[in-house]
Design a protein around this ligand. Sequence first.
Ligand code: PMV
Length: 313
Amino acid sequence: MSQNDTFTASSPGKFILLGEHSVVYGKPAVALAINRRFRCSVRRNSVNTLNGMTLDTNIHPHIGYILRANKINGVAISTESGLPSSSGLGSSAALSSSLSAAIKAMKGEEGDRRVIADEAFNAEYEAQGRASPLDASCCTFGKGIAINCSESVGKEIWSVSKGDNGWRISEVAVPKMTFVVGYTGVRARTGPLVEKVRKYKEHNRFASDIVDEIGKITLDGVDAMSRGNVEELGSIMTQDHKLLSILGVSCNELNKLVNASLKYSYGAKLTGSGGGGSMIALTDEPEKVCNTIILHGGLPFIVETGVPGVTVE
Ligand code: PMV
């Protein structure tokens, strides 16, 4: 291995099927990895750079965290993303996860996925001020990830806690289903939306009840998915969208795309932190959903699920 060797890793993006925001408070959630990846290459260097420019860790706090966690100073990082940033599709977790794996390869370490997921989670936590390990786990382990669901969903892969909240992260089997993602084109940062829900929840009992309700319907959704009942799962997704709207994290652009897609879908909802970003629809008529998303000002793409997690290339 020479000093100039380049090491590359990639991680998938993800969408949250059910349970965003309430998972931050330890409630159940499910996320599925998608066939759009974030790729990170690293090479030892005299100074830290990102895509040829001096790295500013104030602008890129996730990168700053991963470099500190791996005691690395002096690396040239280059990135290539198949995911729009701030779109609710996990680009920051996929960046942290792929960077952590590439750096470990550069250090000659075997990257344990639990360590990579933990680093990616802590990078999110630090950057957002509060976070769940859902995105970090899904972008690292790939396929389907369930948090705090019953033991029967699948093998537990790791667990973590912070303050009052604990998360048990398990694999979940994902039956063949067709999803369309609709990107609103509105970039929305996760941190301020997570903070908005925290404040609402702190000052309003009603908001806490909504968070609990999202957790409950998520368990029903996981059960419907395990039985392959797409009608029931779709209707729970739509119900989740309504609850998230009441929590104040939807917006006109998202509501427009969700409403339009419902005509051709089992169900639809915003995915990720909301406030813009993306929505998803579960459908047997993906072309029709794509057309209606375009007609209503969004950018659609049909996604494949069940894809592998972080991979050193
Ligand atoms: O918008 P994204 O892809 O960063 O997803 C955020 C999901 C939240 O539940 C809102 C926050 C979290 O850390 O789980």
